[in-house]
Design a protein around this ligand. Structure first.
Ligand code: S6P
Ligand code: ZN
Length: 194
């Protein structure tokens, strides 16, 4: 039996950084064409191409049954038009795999959607544990003026289905409302998603 050695990593709670030679994924606006509802606002930001979010994985987990992956997601503050910076969002390729999110700093909204396009949302801040149920697409949104940082913990072989959300969009979007936010129907949502 090849046992995985135990280990710890130290997460900087404010920045979300994991100071190990881990895997970091960065998503710029150019990595998310057509994801935001306001195409003119997206065009206006094209040249600046802001960094929207980063994922810092805690380790390179073997993608096999039984192993767990974890990492921090850092969503920078900002908007495309009225719509707050957000992750791409995905179903798990093994759609039955649930996931846990744990808020570390800042304020965010977790959007959840069934394949029939029914959405729910949960507000997250430092200390919030949010459960992402099986079969639900999930996307996170930074609704504050600082970085929104959370830890995610999930089956290492859950996988990612980005294509469904890329095509359909999310049925709900999160937009600015004065100093706060509101969750509204997405005018670009195009039906059943998976
Ligand atoms: C993985 C988990 C998170 C996201 C991350 C970025 O199952 O849900 O680690 O990968 O928050 O979001 P996305 O939609 O770009 O993968
Ligand atoms: Zn996930």
């Amino acid at each position: 039996m090849d046992y995985t050695p135990s280990f710890t990593v130290q997460i900087d709670l404010a920045s979300g950084a994991i100071p190990v030679p881990g895997i970091i994924q960065r998503r710029f606006l150019s990595d998310m064409p057509g994801y935001y509802a306001d195409a003119d606002a997206e065009n206006a930001l094209k040249a600046a191409n802001p960094l929207i979010y980063e994922v810092h994985y805690g380790w390179d987990a073997p993608k096999i049954d039984g192993q767990l992956s974890f990492g921090t997601t850092i969503i920078h503050p900002g908007r495309v038009g009225d719509e707050f910076f957000m992750t791409k969002g995905h179903y798990h390729a093994k759609a039955q795999c649930a996931e846990v999110y744990y808020g570390l700093s800042g304020t965010g909204v977790l959007l959840l959607m069934t394949p029939q396009g029914e959405t729910q949302y949960q507000e997250m801040r430092a200390g919030t544990v949010a459960y992402v149920p099986p079969y639900m697409a999930h996307r996170t949104v930074n609704v504050g003026s600082d970085n929104f940082v959370f830890l995610s913990l999930f089956a290492a072989d859950a996988g990612y289905d980005y294509g469904s959300i890329e095509q359909s969009g999310f049925a709900s979007i999160v937009v600015a409302d004065g100093a706060g936010y509101r969750v509204i129907a997405n005018p670009r949502f195009n039906g059943v998603t998976r």
